[in-house]
Design a protein around this ligand. Sequence first.
Ligand SMILES: NC(=O)c1ccc[n+]([C@@H]2O[C@H](COP(=O)([O-])OP(=O)(O)OC[C@H]3O[C@@H](n4cnc5c(N)ncnc54)[C@H](O)[C@@H]3O)[C@@H](O)[C@H]2O)c1
Length: 344
Amino acid sequence: MSASVSSSGSAAVSISGNRFVIVGGASLVGSATAAELLDHGASEVVLFDNFAFGSEAAIAHLKDHPRLKLVRGDVMRMADLLRVTEGAAGVLQLAAYMTLSMDRDPWGGLDVNIRGVQNALEACRANKVAKVVFASSNATYGYGPGVSGELVESTPFHSVGAPPAAILYGASKIIGEQLCRDAYRKWGQDYVVLRYSTVYGERQHYRAANALYIIETIDRVKRGEAPQVFGDGSETKHFVYVGDLARANRMAFESAATDVAVNTSGPAPVTTLQLVELVTELAGGGAKPEFVGSDGKVRLTSGGAFRIAHEAAKDAIGWAPEVDMREGLRRLIEWRDGNEGKGA
Ligand SMILES: NC(=O)c1ccc[n+]([C@@H]2O[C@H](COP(=O)([O-])OP(=O)(O)OC[C@H]3O[C@@H](n4cnc5c(N)ncnc54)[C@H](O)[C@@H]3O)[C@@H](O)[C@H]2O)c1
């Protein structure tokens, strides 16, 4: 099958009738994006994953889909990538270690987040894959006292005062983005970088430091315990609903945009206290939150109130977030309460 690029020669890749590979696909974002691409007529969606973190449970809802294929493989093995990307029109590169995993195993994380991205790009070159969408992160702005105000795509990286693993993660995503730019310059590889803010939604996991506020609060409420807020609760977080991100990934393939990096964040930021109160209410709990000090886990702090601006994504790929936190959390809790979520 040959990858179809639009006749205008732009970087647009239609979803319908094309084959897509999601590298690191047995994941929170991968499972939602696979469903989105299949719904829009992709001829085949391949989830490529070594199951370092992903699980069969994360993709159980898709496993009987006739156009979905699961391939076990490792981004550190070129042969695996070359085989799986053959005939693909688009590759979504998700495989990564996030901050908590980076904290446990920095070299494993740097290998996957840097060499793994380069390997995926090289495989796309060899197989003439028309477009790559690379999952970057708002971690490219860093953490700690320097991060406040409106975070736009040109906001610099702040590395002072944050845990090493968070800085290694953010820096590795900056390098991944630059490897995409390099591939564009060296061999004309079309790509779009999406800088996701913290993702939440159905098939939520425990691997993203900021999303722990959501999933741990649900767990505590369900056990009848008081929810916990770390610090005074005034700290800002900016999340994005996973279904909105799946749509952003699809639109990044479909749009004519290339050689660009844009933020994809939800409608508005929240404070940790607002978040914990909202999750508590939606999960059916009534207890007031307990304010606690450190629990020894890696927590990500910012210097002050901030908002991750997503207006550039509208210009580049026509995307804006649609699902606010009340609705997105309601869907997450409904999934968790259902049969599928109980095994997660
Ligand atoms: N979850 C978030 O809050 C968030 C925020 C910003 C950016 N991101 C980025 O979005 C992407 C997807 O996030 P997610 O939450 O769905 O992550 P996830 O942890 O659910 O998925 C990552 C997937 O990569 C796979 N993987 C790891 N090493 C691999 C290897 N060597 N070979 C093949 N597969 C491998 C894992 O098994 C896992 O399924 C990641 O790149 C992440 O850095 C996530």
